[in-house]
Design a protein around this ligand. Structure first.
Ligand SMILES: [Zn+2]
Length: 493
């Protein structure tokens, strides 16, 4: 009888202790199991040449997705993808950029002959990441923002003929999201790269010089008969040279008057692109989860999100060490510490690696169309670019005071990093997975780090700029915050 009693009390003791929140010693021990060495290893792995820059749709991307799924499996996570797998599949066309690309200006000499000025790859131009293939030569027509909007009484193409010519256009629209939704919303659809490209093609242009800065960006449409490059100031300056017009003045006038200032620059350029398009690409999100232990709270989800993809080759590999191998590494650090230390979590924690963020946030769309956990019972903690600098910024932190309070508390108690939050600047032009989730009504806070050199969408976003210590701190910060959020008796949203 005594034996049975003590057995019973032992069982009861277990029942009580497993119902308690995670004690401080267990929490800290697990938190300190997150090491910058592991996190850096994860970044190094993702930047490996065999993954070819992780462009969604390519075999290189999928190989990297399989590596991540293998790690999730090794740590004992539960697969959250299609039909019990780790992968949530979606269609994603993609384009490969080969080395033989170029942009050259034909400079006339007095005797009627010309010399060619060849622009420098990366510092002056970047191949268009979804450009058609081939070489075109033609006059350059400046076409403002490349927008035709009859409903707004605005048409950059109204007084010019671009048939068989190459256009030079600005990104965005003459009205910006910062001017407020009322002013910007009518321009929203027109501000997309895809709309501008389609408009150029429909007006008969054969090529485009896009004043977007010399950076790679695969978030655009593909037209096999249309080639384009991204350029910076030096090219724009050359195109305007000798026209008697100043580029900055012209752009300023378009913005203030909302009247086009298009004109034929009479400059001649050659755009040479070497590309191959794959219309039937397939890509995937990678999803692993730790089911919540509580029958009721377990139906709620804390999603930790980070996009796994980057830009592929353009035409060199763009490693994307900060954008976004750093964030996937931090997510992995949190997942591993939670799973291997068997930390009790009443709510479900979902680890969601998005594909195709760089190709128009298509992975986030695929998840929202087919969520693993109900969206109305989910919150998202997203990360994009968290491997540089010394300070942490949380976009939309101030919009969601409940999740934010857990993050601030964990930072004040254990991490002590400069940490700031803001209200989400605008949803007018979603460019983050988190923005897509916010538009779908899912409370989302998105982390980035800053305070040292960053190289956005160029090959210099490589291992040398990575700061392992900020990744370790953010991973430990998220780890503690997630444990406390997952076990909190009060609602998170
Ligand atoms: Zn990113």
């Amino acid at each position: 009888m005594k034996k049975i009693l003590s057995l019973l009390s032992l069982v009861m003791l277990f029942a009580v202790s497993s119902a308690q929140d995670v004690d401080e010693r267990t929490l800290l021990k697990a938190m300190h199991s997150i090491s910058s060495h592991d996190l850096l290893d994860y970044v190094v792995e993702q930047c490996d040449e065999k993954y070819e820059g992780r462009l969604t749709g390519t075999p290189g991307y999928q190989m990297c997705a399989e590596w991540l799924a293998g790690e999730f499996a090794a740590w004992g996570l539960t697969p959250g993808g299609d039909e019990g797998s780790w992968f949530q599949w979606f269609d994603i066309p993609y384009t490969l950029i080969y080395p033989d690309c170029g942009l050259s200006l034909h400079m006339p000499l007095k005797e009627g002959s010309t010399v060619m000025k060849h622009y420098r790859y990366i510092s002056e131009y970047m191949p268009g990441s979804t450009s058609g293939n081939g070489s075109v030569t033609g006059e350059v027509v400046y076409a403002g923002y490349g927008i035709t909007a009859p409903e707004l009484g605005y048409d950059d193409y109204a007084k010019i003929d671009v048939k068989g010519k190459i256009i030079l256009i600005e990104s965005e629209a003459p009205v910006s999201p910062a001017d407020g939704p009322e002013k910007f919303n009518p321009w929203f659809e027109h501000s997309f790269h895809q709309s501008k490209l389609a408009n150029a093609v429909s007006h008969g242009a054969i090529g485009m010089i896009y004043n977007y800065g010399p950076i790679a960006n695969p978030n655009n449409a593909y037209d096999e008969n249309f080639v384009y490059v991204h350029v910076g100031d030096s090219v724009v300056k050359d195109i305007f040279a000798g026209t008697g017009l100043n580029h900055e003045t012209i752009v300023g006038e378009i913005k203030t008057t909302l009247k086009p200032r298009s004109f034929n620059t009479k400059k001649v350029v050659t755009v040479r692109m070497s590309t191959q398009h794959f219309a039937d690409g397939r890509g995937s999100n990678v999803i692993g989860l730790i089911p919540g232990s509580d029958p009721e709270l377990g139906k709620e989800a804390i999603i930790i999100g980070a996009h796994l993809d980057h830009l592929g080759k353009c035409y060199e590999i763009i490693p994307g060490a900060n954008d976004n191998a750093s964030a996937v590494a931090v997510m992995m650090g949190v997942a591993r510490a939670l799973a291997e230390n068997k930390i009790q979590l009443k709510r479900t924690v979902v680890f969601l690696s998005f594909g195709a963020e760089e190709q128009g946030i298509m992975g986030a769309k695929a998840y929202l169309d087919n969520p693993v956990m109900p969206l109305e019972r989910s919150i998202l903690l997203n990360m994009d670019g968290v491997g540089i600098g010394h300070s942490i910024r949380a976009a939309a932190g101030l919009d969601y005071p409940v999740p934010w309070s857990f993050i601030e508390e964990a930072n004040n108690k254990y991490i002590h990093r400069p940490l700031s939050a803001n209200h989400f600047p605008n949803l007018g032009r979603p460019r983050l997975d988190a923005a897509k989730f916010l538009s779908a009504g899912v409370p989302s806070v998105s982390f980035s780090t800053y305070g040292s050199a960053n190289y956005y969408h160029v090959p210099l976003d490589n291992l040398e700029i990575i700061k392992p210590e900020i990744m370790e701190d953010l991973a430990q910060l998220l780890f503690v915050s997630v444990v406390n959020m997952a076990n909190s008796p009060s609602p998170l949203r």
